[in-house]
Design a protein around this ligand. Structure first.
Ligand code: ZN
Length: 75
């Protein structure tokens, strides 16, 4: 199953974490920022933060208080 780029409607790999193609992503954010975004999205997906299939037991847990950010860092 494939999805389509939200900008140019060309096909995007269903394995992609983003809803747009690389060409558009780079066009919107610039190559460096785009790479950063994709990397962050993939990291988030690997950590299960991206809720395509939310785990029920996890969703019911009260959200832990997050420590203050030291900067715009993503893991
Ligand atoms: Zn596109």
């Amino acid at each position: 199953m494939t999805k389509k780029c939200i900008y140019c409607k060309s096909e995007v790999s269903s394995e992609s974490v983003i809803d747009f193609c690389e060409r558009c992503g780079v066009g919107v954010w610039g190559e460096k920022m785009f790479r950063e975004i994709v990397k962050n999205m993939e990291t988030a997906r690997d950590n299960g933060d991206l809720c395509h299939t939310p785990a029920p037991e996890k969703a019911l847990e009260p959200k832990q208080e997050t420590p203050p950010f030291e900067g715009p860092r993503f893991y």
